[in-house]
Design a protein around this ligand. Structure first.
Ligand code: ADP
Ligand code: S3P
Ligand code: MG
Length: 169
């Protein structure tokens, strides 16, 4: 499995889809799968059941994943130590974006319950999460000022250099 990790807005969902087309393998978008299972959007799940319910769904889904998959995770998946352990041993690609890039991309976004509060709160959450991504990543791709095509190309280059066979486990 190849996991894409990174802050909300770093491009995980966009890149996972393109990468799967390019590598001709299946991808799963964890947020979409959780929405499908619950029959609700992410904001509705947060509003109706709270964040801890969403996190439980997220952890459950993560444990169920198997096979040759590209996995687009949600930005908060690494908050759980158990989830961090689940990812260990897999190829984990960290899409590293600056706070400024995230802010520009998510300025109009209304579907991320945790992209909220004032700038100080947003920056604080961003800073808290950063070490978790760094800790779990096996590959880091800087995504600022790069279009999706460039990012996909870089990931493929990186994977080939690091023995792509590994991803078929
Ligand atoms: N490389 C990129 N350059 C510019 N905009 C991007 C890029 N990657 C994603 N986006 C845009 O940023 C927003 C968040 O992307 P998304 O793939 O949903 O990120 P994530 O899944 O990490 O939250 C979307 O509007 C998407 O179109
Ligand atoms: O960072 C987070 O805590 C979250 C990120 C979202 O996914 P994206 O990272 O794809 O935006 C989604 O899972 C949920 O809104 C919570
Ligand atoms: Mg996403």
């Amino acid at each position: 499995m190849i996991f894409l990790i990174g802050y909300m807005g770093s491009g995980k969902s966009t890149i996972a889809k393109r990468l799967s087309e390019n590598l001709q393998c299946t991808y799963i978008e964890m947020d979409e799968e959780i929405e499908r299972r619950e029959g609700m959007t992410i904001p509705e799940i947060f509003a109706n059941h709270g964040e801890s319910f969403f996190r439980a769904m997220e952890s459950q889904l993560l444990k169920e994943l198997e096979g040759q998959l590209i996995v687009s995770t949600g930005g908060g998946v690494l908050l759980s130590a158990e989830n961090r352990e689940t990812l260990a041993g897999h190829v984990v690609v960290y899409l590293e974006a600056s706070f400024q890039t995230i802010e520009e991309r998510l300025a109009q976004s209304g579907n991320r319950p945790l992209w909220s509060g004032d700038l100080v709160e947003k920056q604080k959450r961003f800073n808290q999460r950063k070490p978790l991504y760094e800790q779990v990543a096996t590959e880091t791709i800087q995504v600022d000022n790069k279009n999706p095509e460039m990012i996909v190309e870089e990931i493929i280059f990186c994977l080939k250099n690091n023995d792509f066979e590994h991803t078929n486990e």
